[in-house]
Design a protein around this ligand. Structure first.
Ligand code: DC
Length: 229
């Protein structure tokens, strides 16, 4: 069976990455978390003091951007891929709140997106990948054989995110989480470069009211159809 490219885009907190990881594991494809790449660039900016408060030194970042290489290394212990920044494993650091706070402005910079898109396209040149993000089906792989756009009602996504935070021992109110998600949806969908939008040929999945088991069954069927044709 010919290997294909699977692009999974969608809103924050609708289970995109869980879904993409499940699919990749089931069909023995590589999973690539493109959000982790923008997080790693943000970490690089923090490590090199490119941020003064919320101000990002774009000139300095532009000088360094071609020297920032992101790769993924399989972790035998967790069974997942860890993100590496210029060869160093930064998986834990890129999940910190400090990085999460800085990633939106970094991901909105045109030359950062161009550099990451080039690296993502290189990773997909032999196909056999599932990549999730915001612009994978529209910008990175416009010719992907299977494109899925995932969403869910904001209230449902906020409840899921709140449950995750509570499970991690963090405190937050439903209203604050909902507000934050709506704000991020707005920023992601209205930015100039690589905005979040459904590709015309993407299959839409609203998973507000379906079980994970039903979703997984649906995914496998989609994959079967896409890889056969
Ligand atoms: O999926 P995530 O929350 O780890 O993504 C981190 C940030 O990167 C988020 O602000 C959206 C942005 N992003 C992007 O602009 N384009 C992508 N392909 C993936 C993520």
């Amino acid at each position: 069976m010919n290997k294909i490219i699977i692009a999974v885009d969608g809103h924050s907190a609708c289970g995109k990455s869980t879904m993409a990881k499940y699919l990749a594991k089931s069909i023995k494809y590589n999973y690539i978390d493109s959000g982790a790449m923008y997080r790693a660039v943000s970490l690089y900016c923090l490590q090199n003091a490119f941020f003064q408060g919320d101000n990002l030194d774009l000139l300095a970042l532009r000088e360094h951007i071609d020297a920032i290489r992101i790769s993924f290394r399989f972790n035998e212990v967790t069974g997942r891929s860890d993100t590496c920044l210029n060869g160093e494993n930064v998986e834990k650091q890129i999940r910190s709140m400090e990085v999460a706070d800085k990633v939106s402005p970094v991901a909105a910079v045109g030359f950062v997106r161009e550099a990451m898109v080039r690296q993502q396209q290189e990773m997909g040149k032999n196909k056999g990948i599932v990549m999730d993000g915001r612009d994978i089906g529209t910008v990175v792989f416009p010719d992907a054989e299977l494109k899925i756009f995932v969403t869910a009602r904001p209230e449902i996504r906020a409840q899921r995110r709140l449950d995750e935070l509570i499970a991690k021992g963090e405190k937050a109110s439903f209203e604050a989480v909902l507000e934050n998600l709506k704000k991020r949806d707005f920023i992601d969908s209205t930015r100039k470069d690589g905005p979040l939008r459904k590709a015309a040929d993407a299959v839409l999945l609203d998973n507000s009211d379906i079980t994970i088991a039903a979703q997984n069954k649906w995914l496998m069927e989609l994959f079967r159809q896409a890889s056969a044709g």
